[in-house]
Design a protein around this ligand. Structure first.
Ligand SMILES: C[S@@+](CC[C@H](N)C(=O)[O-])C[C@H]1O[C@@H](n2cnc3c(N)ncnc32)[C@H](O)[C@@H]1O
Length: 296
């Protein structure tokens, strides 16, 4: 049966993206219920991309982008022009990938994230493209040659959603192209990170303390709930943001079975420590495992 797709909403820089003084002009949207109030709201933190960016500033983005290139060089069966990020957020890797010669396309469902991305990267040439949509079922304005998803951002909670996502991707990813998945397969117990996971990062006068509270909600379906709290000190202005996400942990065996049951993707491999010389062969201490699939 044909899936009904939402219309593509492609974002191009418009008046709201033409911030005269660059990013310093970007204002966090006002909190809806007062500054110190704790809010439980899906997507709440993603509504504040600048704080999200500080919270995840621990990553070595040039190194990660170089790793994506290495995966392409070593494992892609096609030449890559367009790279496509699923759940792109503010598109942290866009600049490095464009500098490396790729065209960049990002998909996200959060409009604030997309607005921030369009504004942040509007100086790049060629300019990155963004589309607003849901990763469960999507289309892109053009075929892509490489797809990737970072930080376990596969928000697919049922097998139907997984299949729908891969059906969409199979339609847009050219045969021979790779799908790179960062931290989407759970080699260890997600509850391992339940305690003592508070970290603080600071950038441009904004300090963000981030902590996760993780709770298994349905062991049979491997569903867990992550309550993510950010305590922000934005140049003296304090606010607490919180959001709850429900995720399904994908165990290695389930992932392999899922891929083998599809005729359109093949498993290429998985690695620890973002190192192509370190294939995963056991489950001892794996931080941010990465996996590669290839479109047949
Ligand atoms: C953890 S962030 C990752 C952002 C970016 N890829 C990065 O590496 O920083 C997850 C992103 O996925 C987006 N997202 C969540 N559910 C989504 C969905 N169903 N479809 C598309 N994007 C989604 C959020 O809005 C958010 O920007």
């Amino acid at each position: 049966m044909e899936t009904a797709y939402p219309r593509i909403k492609q974002l191009t820089p418009g008046p709201r993206h033409s911030l005269s003084g660059g990013l310093k002009d970007w204002q966090a949207p006002p909190l809806r219920l007062g500054e110190t109030e704790r809010l439980r709201f899906r997507n709440m933190i993603y509504d504040y991309p600048q704080y999200y960016e500080v919270a995840f500033s621990f990553r070595d983005i040039p190194k990660e982008a170089a790793f994506l290139r290495a995966c392409i060089d070593r494992h892609s069966k096609i030449d890559v022009s367009w790279v496509f990020e699923v759940g792109c957020g503010f598109a942290p890797h866009a600049e490095e990938l464009i500098k490396a010669g790729y065209r960049y396309l990002g998909l996200d469902k959060n409009r604030n994230m997309l607005d921030y991305a369009v504004s942040k990267w509007r100086h790049l040439e060629p300019r990155p493209d963004f589309i607003e949509g849901d990763m469960i079922a999507f289309q892109t304005p053009r075929p892509v040659d490489f797809a990737f998803v970072m930080l376990g951002s596969l928000y697919l909670n049922t097998r139907e959603e997984m299949n729908s996502h891969f059906d969409s991707l199979a339609r847009v990813l050219r045969p021979g192209g790779l799908y790179f998945l960062d931290w989407c397969v759970q080699f260890d117990d997600p509850m391992k990170y339940a305690d003592n996971n508070s970290v603080t990062f600071e950038r441009d006068g904004i300090s963000v303390a981030s902590r996760f509270n993780i709770r298994l909600t349905d062991p049979t379906e491997q569903m867990y709930e992550e309550i993510w709290t950010l305590d922000v000190n934005d140049r003296g202005r304090r606010r607490t943001l919180q959001m709850t996400e429900r995720n399904r942990a994908i165990a290695p065996r389930d992932f392999l079975d899922f891929v083998r049951n599809r005729s359109d993707f093949e498993f290429v491999g998985w690695w620890r420590d973002w190192n192509l010389d370190q294939p995963i062969t056991d489950t001892a201490e794996i931080t941010r495992p990465v996996a590669l699939l290839r479109r047949r």
